[in-house]
Write a new protein. Structure first.
Length: 776
């Protein structure tokens, strides 16, 4: 069927492409302007309604008509075969819709890039800790550092759980010890963090910078290498506070840039890498005879250019591996300092090394090729290694790597984290933090140090037909740009449905602004001054907010480990509702529209249910206090939404592809119906490839929800509480976004808004030019 061709404001004719089902789809390009996709389904035409049976892991397409079970299964098999071979458009039944569905694509968000400085994996917890640095270098100030905790339990389906900011402090190295992460900082301090708790424990180790750190399962201490040439040990005392002591000192003129440790023969070996030198020290138990250290001098290729040992690690057979500025990977005998083998694997500095469970070594650095090195023999007698392959998956410096099972996680000067194995490459998409209001048609964008409020554009859907692109009659407009006091880091932000109240959470405070943004005209360029004044409604001090949301008349926030608080807009009353110290950080918070019930997600795969938030009175006249309870989930949750109008059921988005969407009954804590898998929502022609659900929208008035995927597709799902779920339309991929995922919202009953993010600027680091076959 031929479709009408729309035009944008500049009169650029759009082009028609053919989708997966063979139906023509009309697309246009509107840079920085939301695009509207209009899909009309009336009673005279058949629509693509895919009915998913609850007992199948792969979608079964069936008719809702009275036929025998045998014929139904036979016809379902035929339709499945036709779908996979892409022979025709499948239409199972006729769906009557008495209104147009508008899909608006908004690409206004420009994300600031963060480089990767260090990373470490805890296989026990299934979590990845990453040090990210804001890629906006400034000579006057240290760039913003954030420590991120990613859930990698269902790797490669990884997602960000929470961030901890370090403003004015540069974190150079991290390592796991039990359930804590130890951070080495340039101000000589060490921080101890937990993915479940919200406190930062700090200890001043020394006056000079700490460049590296390492840990061993055989020692209670974490060892730090200092700029002053000393190695310090940090451990937690009986009260849970970190304490530091000096373990050894190699000289004031020795800057320790890399460190590794290993346990062998009742002794702990500590290897330290410096300029032109490696030293191996043995820390023996009390009463044992001291062991002389081993000194390894590394010759220079150029007398004026020193050799810097950037990375060290021990293999399971106690062989020491080093990576240096000459681009060489060297294997050392840690007992006498003899070199087993030298592999000149790179043309520039090797900045990082990591090893898998089978002693496969990965090396990379300024020369961004990841070289894979494996032993030619196995076991304790492994004394020969060779390069067995390489991965060309980066374009700029690789500064840190870690392994989790069969997957390699790597990052550096690029603004994403790469997850790879020999057969697949997955890069984390550009993250966009945005919120949409239904009544005021505003969009809130959260940036590292400020928030933006935009007025959405409007379209006149006058044309009728399938997949018609319509132009905007009103362009989007930026209304305000708000900062925290002292331009601090923005941890979370929220906006009321009317657009009158904006809440911005910093590192240790919550600021609530009041402004009539709906009537603002023009742009606000400076901090809270131009156009109409934005008043500070309230400042809540001494709260470290981890989750934030707003209802019609209240602002709810979660802080600490956790504490649930509420601020009333009408009387500016602020009070804590619940407190449970030491439980876990709340990372997502959803409150019902009647302010009676709430749900939250923590970092322990639990769903927290809040009840009696309005404090209803009992028959005796006494007020019921707010309470909470937890529901243990069998899968790793990403996000959740209330599903029914009585707020008794929630739909949970999970990281698992087999259980992408599950419905949970809050009264019993049990699962309602069968879960929807990602293959059923986003089927792909290539069975070797997979698509995963990454985001869900708010639930519409008729209980429909929009689900977006990693590859940029989106579907609309309804009847989630029934045995047969309905997926409206085939998975659609936007040409505007391509394979970039989007955050979906229901603006009203007939309008879906898809907000996507693009990078504000490319990485500032210039790539190293690799010379191949002695040619430039």
């Amino acid at each position: 069927m031929s479709l009408p061709i729309a035009k944008d404001f500049q009169g650029t004719v759009t082009q028609s492409i053919r989708g997966r089902t063979g139906r023509a789809v009309t697309v246009i390009e509107l840079l920085d302007i939301p695009r509207v996709r209009k899909s009309r389904r009336d009673h005279e035409e058949t629509s693509n309604v895919l009915t998913l049976s609850e007992c199948d892991t792969f979608p079964r397409y069936s008719f809702r008509v009275g036929v025998s079970a045998f014929l139904l299964e036979l016809y379902s098999f035929f339709l499945l075969f036709a779908y996979v071979s892409d022979l025709f458009v499948f239409a199972s039944s006729s769906l009557q819709m008495d209104e147009n569905l508008l899909v608006e694509e908004c690409g206004l968000y420009r994300a600031h890039g963060f480089t990767t400085g260090a990373m470490a994996v805890s296989e026990k917890l299934g979590k990845l800790c990453v040090v990210r640095k804001l890629d906006q270098p400034s000579k006057k100030k240290i760039a913003l550092n954030v420590v991120e905790f990613w859930n990698i339990f269902d790797c490669p389906n990884i997602f960000l759980e929470r961030q901890i900011s370090f403003d004015g402090v540069s974190v150079e190295a991290i390592t796991w010890k039990n359930d804590f992460v130890y951070c080495a900082c340039t101000d000589g301090s060490a921080y101890v963090l937990s993915p479940f708790l919200n406190k930062k424990m700090r200890v001043q180790v020394c006056p000079s910078a700490l460049w590296c750190c390492t840990s061993s399962p055989h020692s209670e201490e974490v060892f730090f290498g200092a700029d002053s040439g000393a190695v310090f040990g940090v451990a937690l005392n009986e009260d849970g506070a970190p304490v530091a002591r000096q373990v050894l000192h190699v000289g004031m003129d020795r800057r320790i840039l890399s460190i590794a440790c290993s346990f062998k023969n009742s002794g702990l070996k500590i290897a330290i890498g410096m300029v032109d030198r490696i030293e191996i020290h043995c820390v023996v138990n009390a009463g044992a005879a001291p062991v002389a250290p081993i000194h390894i001098d590394i010759p220079r290729q150029n007398e004026k250019k020193p050799t810097i040992v950037w990375a060290l690690l021990f293999l399971t057979n106690n062989v020491l591996v080093s990576g240096d500025s000459q681009g060489k990977v060297t294997f050392w005998n840690s007992n006498n300092g003899a070199a087993y083998k030298v592999i000149p694997s790179h043309q520039a500095d090797i900045l990082c090394l990591t090893v898998s469970s089978n002693d496969t070594i990965f090396a990379s650095g300024v020369d961004h090729r990841i070289q894979v090195i494996s032993g030619l023999t196995g076991g304790e007698r492994q004394f020969d290694w060779s390069t067995v392959g390489q991965r060309l998956i980066h374009d700029i410096d690789v500064r840190s790597m870690a392994t989790y099972g069969m997957w390699l996680l790597s990052g550096g000067a690029e603004h994403h984290i790469t997850v790879s194995n020999p057969h697949a490459i997955i890069r984390t998409p550009v993250a966009g933090k945005c919120l949409l209001t239904e009544k005021s048609e505003l969009i809130l964008f959260t940036h590292p140090r400020y928030v933006e409020i935009w007025k959405r554009g409007k379209a006149n859907p006058s044309e009728k037909g399938n997949a018609v692109r319509v132009p905007l009659t009103t362009k989007p407009k930026k209304l305000a740009q708000l900062y925290l006091p002292k331009s601090g880091h923005v941890a979370a932000a929220a906006i009321s449905d009317s657009g009158r109240f904006i809440a911005i959470a910093g590192e240790d405070s919550l600021v609530i602004y009041e402004a009539n943004l709906v009537k603002l005209k023009g742009k606000q360029k400076q901090k809270n001054k131009e156009v109409a004044p934005v008043d500070v409604c309230a400042v809540i001090p001494n709260v470290s907010v981890t989750a934030l949301t707003m209802s019609s008349g209240c602002c709810y926030y979660a802080s600490g480990d956790f504490e649930l608080g509420r601020f009333m807009f009408s009387n500016k009353d602020h009070r804590p509702l619940l407190e449970s110290n030491g439980t876990s950080v709340l990372r997502a918070l959803v409150i019902s529209k009647d302010d009676k019930v709430g749900v939250a997600l923590n970092c322990r795969s639990q769903l927290i249910v809040f009840e009696n938030l309005v404090s209803p009175k009992s028959e005796s006249g006494e007020s019921t206090m707010p309470s909470y309870r937890s529901i243990d989930l069998v899968t790793v949750p990403i996000d959740c939404r209330f599903l029914t109008k009585d707020y008794k059921t929630v739909v949970v988005l999970n990281a698992s592809s087999k259980f992408a969407l599950t419905c949970i009954d809050l009264a019993t804590g049990t699962q309602v119906g069968a879960p929807l898998n990602a293959n059923g929502l986003f089927p792909l022609e290539d069975p070797k490839k997979r698509d995963t659900a990454v985001s869900i929208s708010n639930v519409s008035a008729d209980d429909r929800i929009v689900v977006t995927s990693f590859n940029g597709n989106y579907v609309i799902v309804s009847d989630l509480l029934k045995k047969e779920r309905t997926v409206m339309f085939e998975p659609i991929q936007s040409k505007y976004r391509g394979r970039s995922p989007a955050t979906p919202f229901w603006a009203n009953k007939s309008t879906v808004v898809l907000c996507s993010a693009k990078s504000l600027s490319p990485p500032s680091q210039t790539p190293f030019k690799v010379v191949r076959y002695d040619h430039n």
